[in-house]
Design a binder for this molecule. Structure first.
Ligand code: NBY
Length: 836
């Protein structure tokens, strides 16, 4: 259908290795062209940002042959493609990663040298990262797309191109301040826009019946308004392969309606307002408050990106010349939590209303193509939509959900006749009080597989969250333990260690992470231990530089770097760590320094803007940092730093620099964790509870190389029935004194009000069992200090942590999804495909 005949050659200088696009020379030429033609500037006088843009465009050019070859191959064939639906993709900086994927880091450095200006590190440093996610869930989606491409699985991520991502965090007077994230301000070179593939999405309105040509009664939705989704694709190149997948992010723009042309002047104003309203859809990412549900715009966002994506998938099915009935053979959809779970109703609507399939056939297709990943057990974080709101926004979808529910409940009645309470418990519609749609039930009823994200979590999904569903469909529930990509989180983030691993395991170790095992025999080799320690020290110096620049706090890179970075939340218990720091400080003040080693305790993470207690915890950490760092009695034994604006870029500096990784959530509450994996991969030892993936990390790295503490999930459940936190206070030496100091304002310049709610919260309710776990935590912290005092023993444990963390690669996780959930095969991409 293209007006351009086939056989037009690939641009000569770009991309194809046979065409020699991958030399420093070619890259230099490409940069020079982009400086001139794309950026409209001369090389002389180009700013660091200009060079960043020119290099990024030149690198992007080199992804294009691969991306187009991948697309051509897919279009021509019939391979099943993974559609990863996620409201968040926290992809991080792109330039450095793409250079790594292409194997062009040295060439880029050389090309920049020839411009005679700033070096590669300086250029990489100016990249703004798109913060299109909150934390673990969004970053997981990015790691998974990267592994899909690296393992040569055909895949597309589908999500939203938020104009404003997660806020930037500043710390002023110890408090978090939120600043809008303007990631697009300098122009972002990593996306390709395809306006011709825009799709229209409806909202509101009503549903009516009509008779079709065969005289059958059908339902049709007449939306009150529409918005257009414009696809913006971010190419995702695999590691040293030709597969280049994509993340397709939808931006909302106004649908230019027919009426607009007829508008008089007054109505034109309204037309503009409608345009603004449409564009609000992809304006801003919602921070995860956990409790802040029921926002209409959030449901609109979810429906918007899901509808765009499903329509896009049906369009490409038609391009393949395949009938709509074969949808599930061509696509497999993974729902990243319930945020995209409206897909169940929207796919049914598209198949039944638009494509005129019968209900049963449509349901077979829907259930054969959709799978659901659960990421939380916290009841306040499970999505529910009031039926009134839902029906006013998506009336046809509500009808469809009622129909799905009616048929499902009929099945349950046959399975357990007379059990009315079971019907109430499993119904997709929550009926006590205000009626609401339970999105996790909708996803679970429709999905062919439901998985948790770590072994313990998946067990709890079956026993605690969905016991009734697990009894109905035992085979539906499974586990896929999370993973992280060793490319970004080791090869890119940790250059000294990457070099050492290259020398030891061969240069292609990032594609064969199981080779880390070969480090085991070297763990006791003193020469290797020394090289290992030197790598760690270099990374710690680099992080010390970041801390000094950010906060003027000077830290000693030879001290034990004890780090907790993650979103601030009570269940993650940053305040347990802070309390432990205050106790260490008191021991120093009392001269009880026996067994202590010099430590730098580093925190980082954002609090949801509406989560007041989380913000107070940040203020508390700032307060103890200020007091402790200023106290000369420390004699270098204790420093505390709060790293502002923790994000992917900063994470790349943090994980490689850690000696000790704090993973201290209340057992049973952290679904998996993924930061815990990044730390272990980079040779940090974990101090942690038996929660989420910590359980498996401890199994893998060995119990001797992990500092375990705290109550188990079962013990916490038992405690819960009769917990009196105040009775635990006397069990810990110095704790009473510590709490008094905090309350009286010792860490808040004498302000005796500021931290009272925090102390009251801990001593009064302690919903997250800090005090019950504190004694054991202190013992474990002492164990960590004792091991640190024996450098060779510590290095050994550190090496073993890396050597035994290969299991936590996202490659392993993706292979499990591919085999056990999706039923997809790799499809290597041959190069030299004609561009059509
Ligand atoms: O997903 C996290 C889990 O807490 C963590 O244990 C796990 O490792 C990770 C990946 O599986 N969950 C998470 O990051 N959740 C969110 O960011 C999130 C975002 C949005 C909303 C709720 C939670 N929301 O309600 O819109």
């Amino acid at each position: 259908s293209s007006p351009v005949p086939h056989g037009i050659p690939v641009p000569a200088s770009y991309g194809d290795p046979q065409r020699n696009g991958l030399t420093a020379n070619d890259l230099f030429d490409g940069m020079a062209e982009h400086l001139f033609y794309t950026l409209g500037t001369r090389a002389e006088g180009a700013s660091v940002h200009d060079l960043y843009m020119a290099l990024s465009h030149a690198v992007r050019d080199r992804l294009m042959t691969r991306h187009l070859a991948t697309k051509d191959q897919l279009r021509a064939g019939s391979a099943k493609v993974v559609a990863y639906f996620s409201a968040e993709f926290l992809i991080g900086p792109q330039l450095g990663n793409n250079l790594l994927m292409l194997g062009m880091q040295a060439e880029a450095a050389e090309a920049l040298r020839r411009f005679g200006g700033p070096g590669l590190d300086q250029v990489l440093d100016v990249e703004e990262e798109p913060g299109l996610g909150n934390g673990g869930l969004g970053r997981l989606a990015a790691c998974y797309l990267e592994s899909l491409a690296s393992l040569e699985f055909p895949a597309s991520g589908y999500g939203i191109r938020y104009e404003f991502g997660i806020f930037d965090q500043a710390i002023r007077d110890g408090w978090q301040v939120e600043i809008t994230d303007k990631w697009l301000k300098g122009g972002w070179p990593w996306e390709l826009v395809y306006p011709a593939q825009s799709v229209s999405v409806g909202f509101g309105g009503h549903v009516e019946s009509y008779g079709d040509e065969q005289g059958a009664e059908r339902r049709r939705w007449l939306p009150a308004h529409r918005a257009l989704g414009v696809p913006h694709d971010v190419p995702v190149l695999g590691y040293r392969v030709n597969s280049c997948d994509r993340i397709r992010l939808w931006r909302a723009v106004a649908a230019e309606s027919f009426d607009v042309h007829a508008f008089n002047e007054g109505d034109f104003q309204r037309a503009v307002q409608e345009k603004v309203a449409s564009e609000t859809l992809s304006k801003v990412l919602y921070p995860n408050d956990g409790t802040d549900q029921g926002k209409r715009l959030r449901l609109e966002q979810q429906h918007f990106f899901v509808s765009c994506s499903l329509q896009d998938m049906l369009r490409t099915l038609a391009l393949r010349g395949a009938p709509v009935q074969s949808f599930a053979e061509h696509w497999t959809v993974q729902l990243n939590d319930t945020h995209p779970s409206i897909a169940v109703a929207e796919l049914m609507r598209l198949l039944v209303d638009e494509h005129r399939l019968g209900w049963d056939e449509a349901w077979t297709i829907t259930t054969a193509s959709i799978a659901y990943t659960n990421h939380t057990l916290l009841p306040e974080a499970l999505e529910r939509w009031e039926v009134g709101l839902f029906g006013s926004l998506l009336p046809r979808h509500l009808e469809i959900i009622y129909e799905i529910n009616a048929r499902f409940l009929q099945q349950v009645r046959l399975h357990a006749p007379g059990d009315l309470d079971l019907l109430r418990r499993v119904s997709i519609i929550h009926e006590d009080g205000t009626k609401a749609v339970r999105m996790a039930h909708l996803a679970t009823v429709a999905a062919h597989h439901v998985n948790g994200v770590a072994a313990l979590h998946s067990q709890l999904v079956k026993t605690d969250l969905f016991p009734d569903f697990a009894a109905l469909w035992p085979g539906k529930f499974t586990n896929v333990t999370n993973g992280v990509t060793p490319r970004r989180w080791l090869a890119l983030a940790n250059p000294p260690l990457a070099r050492l691993l290259g020398e030891t395991l061969g240069d292609d170790w990032p594609a064969h992470i199981e080779r880390l095992r070969q480090l085991e025999p070297l763990a006791t080799d003193s020469g290797f231990q020394q090289r290992w320690a030197a790598c760690k020290l270099a990374c710690k110096r680099r992080l010390a530089g970041v801390i000094a620049e950010q906060s003027q706090v000077l830290v000693d890179p030879t001290s034990l770097f004890d780090i907790q970075v993650k979103r601030i939340h009570e269940y993650k218990r940053q305040h347990l760590n802070a309390l432990q720091v205050v106790l260490q400080y008191l021991r120093i003040k009392h001269g009880e320094t026996e067994g202590m080693v010099p430590r730098t305790v580093i925190f980082g993470g954002k609090a949801a803007p509406g989560y007041w207690m989380a913000k107070l915890i940040i203020r508390f950490i700032s307060g103890i940092a200020e007091t402790i760092n200023a106290d000369p009695d420390n004699r270098g034994l204790l420093r505390v730093a709060f790293l502002a604006d923790y994000n992917v870029k900063l994470g790349e500096r943090v994980y490689p620099a850690a000696d000790l990784s704090e993973q201290i959530s209340t057992a049973g509450l952290e679904a998996s964790g993924t930061g815990n994996m990044k730390f272990a991969l980079n040779g940090a030892l974990t101090i942690g509870t038996l929660d989420g993936a910590n359980v498996e990390i401890r199994q893998q790295v060995g119990t001797d190389n992990f500092f375990l503490f705290g109550h188990t999930t079962e013990q916490i459940a038992e405690l819960r029935s009769d917990y009196r936190p105040w009775e635990w206070v006397e069990k810990v030496p110095l704790l009473r004194e510590a709490l008094d100091l905090i309350e009286r304002g010792h860490f808040s310049n004498g302000d005796g009000e500021l931290f009272r709610p925090l102390v009251q919260n801990i001593v009064g309710r302690d919903s997250y069992f800090l005090l019950a776990d504190l004694p054991d935590y202190l013992v474990s912290q002492n164990d960590a200090s004792r091991l640190w005092a024996d450098p060779s023993a510590w290095q050994r444990a550190s090496i073993l942590n890396t050597a035994r963390s290969g299991y936590f690669s996202s490659d392993r996780a993706i292979r499990e999804y591919a085999e056990r959930v999706w039923g997809v095969e790799p499809l290597p991409v041959a190069m030299g495909c004609e561009v059509s």
